[in-house]
Write a protein that binds this ligand. Structure first.
Ligand SMILES: [Mn+2]
Length: 427
């Protein structure tokens, strides 16, 4: 286990060395997030710090400087007895330092200590998360005159630019953890089946999923979305105020974070035993778009190829439903599908549910072996259009990119074919 963190730190040091300049990476623990006045959200470790050290400790900063005599430094605070009294002791820093080969500096003034550590560096990779020591250093360096900064880094770069390059490709240990999160989501969703009847509220389903995750040592990876009927036209629907009706769909977009790794799955489930033919068509169109995109996923493929293949299938479907008119080539050129498919096809998945990605705009551009991404096309209608009522359908799986293709990690969650799905939920 500990070897993993040493090897990740070595890879980060190697990246920092490449330019030939003196570069430093400074990664701090997250601050406690305030929920309201003096109450806080449960503490969640910083993703980059966890990736590099495996630590959940608060108030810690990791400094990597490949050119220095001590290339790996952990900056810690002296023990805060008051905090220990209320919240318990923080994990001890010395065993962690031994495990990752770091020197420990205990200081009550992290900004001052960091300024000393980056003296003589040309480039500093820093975080922007408010309340972190790393962001405080960024603010300090950006706010001083170049004369005052003459021995300090002049080039400040967002830390994620570096860490996302490491984190985008998952090692076998990480893939195993994502599989476990995916398995728990399958289990949670299969346990929902008795709830798929008219009259169940969106809130009951969301609460069941949240309970199931917490009872099994996980957390919901994001606010669980349960959207019945027209609620599903809102992409990140959260009011959970509607009840399930027969002949409608209920869209469930959820995932868990288990041992710091996430799953993210969407299924759109019919309520009752029969569904209007136009809703069946809509479901089949989205499913076909998803399967076509998954079929194209392999190392070397561009995410835009997958997107275009899915968007084309959705366009063909929208034309079939009489919602779009004209030649497919023209409709694709005009992106006529945009009002109905307004989001991207998918995202990187890992320690974060929208994991940092090395491409432009935080996107995955080229798929590489070992990446884990979601594939989640959808069609949404805020108002009745053509033969359709206001509704939404999205189908999302998590896939692992392999040399020749991909492996669907969430294949255990409900069958996706509509007839099998109807059978399973009405058994
Ligand atoms: Mn997603």
């Amino acid at each position: 286990m500990k070897k993993i963190y040493r090897s990740r730190i070595s890879k980060a040091l190697a990246l920092l060395k490449r330019s030939g300049q003196r570069e430093a990476l400074i990664i701090s623990s997250n601050p406690q997030a305030v929920r309201s006045r003096d109450t806080h959200f449960p503490y969640r470790a910083n993703s980059d710090l966890f990736y590099l050290t495996g630590s959940h400790a608060e108030q810690l900063t990791l400094v990597l400087r490949p050119h220095a005599a001590e290339p790996v430094v952990l900056l810690a605070y002296p023990e805060d007895k008051h905090k220990t009294l209320y919240e318990g002791a923080q994990p001890p820093v010395k065993p962690l330092a031994r495990a990752i080969g770091a020197e420990v500096i205990a200081s009550a003034d992290h900004l001052k200590a960091l300024l000393a550590l980056v003296r003589g560096c040309d480039v500093a990779y820093l975080q922007s998360i408010p309340g972190t020591a790393s962001a405080a250093l960024k603010g300090e360096l950006a706010g001083r005159s170049s004369y005052a900064n003459r021995a300090l880094p002049l080039t400040l770069v967002e830390a994620e630019r570096l860490t996302s390059r490491l984190r985008a490709i998952k090692d076998p240990h990480e893939v195993a953890l994502i599989r476990e999160a995916a398995a728990l989501t399958s289990e949670a969703m299969l346990n929902l089946i008795p709830l798929f009847t008219k009259g169940t509220s969106e809130r009951e389903i969301a609460s069941f999923l949240d309970y199931y995750y917490r009872a099994n040592g996980a957390e919901p990876a994001f606010s669980t979305i349960v959207a019945a009927g027209r609620s599903a036209a809102t992409l990140h629907y959260h009011s959970l105020s509607r009840k399930l009706k027969e002949g409608e769909f209920v869209l469930i977009d959820n995932g868990c974070e288990l041992n710091m790794y996430c799953s993210d799955v969407t299924r759109t489930i019919p309520v009752g035993e029969s569904l209007a033919p136009q809703l069946r068509d809509l479901y089949d169109i989205v499913l076909r778009a998803q399967m076509i995109a998954i079929k194209k996923a392999r190392a070397g493929a561009r995410m835009s190829e997958l997107f275009n293949a899915a968007a084309r299938e959705l366009t063909i479907g929208l034309k079939y439903l009489g919602i779009l008119k004209g030649p497919i080539a023209d409709l694709m050129k005009k992106q006529a599908y945009r009002p109905f498919f307004p989001h991207s096809l998918g995202h990187s998945l890992g320690i974060d549910v929208h994991d940092a990605a090395p491409g432009t705009n935080d996107r995955i551009e080229h798929l590489e072996k070992g990446m884990v991404v979601t594939i989640e096309p959808g069609l949404y209608f805020a108002k009745p259009v053509g033969p359709l009522p206001a509704c939404g359908v999205r189908i999302e799986d998590d896939i692992l990119i392999t040399q020749r293709g991909c492996e669907v990690l969430t294949a255990g969650v409900f069958p996706k074919g509509l007839d099998t799905l109807l059978e399973v939920v009405n058994r």
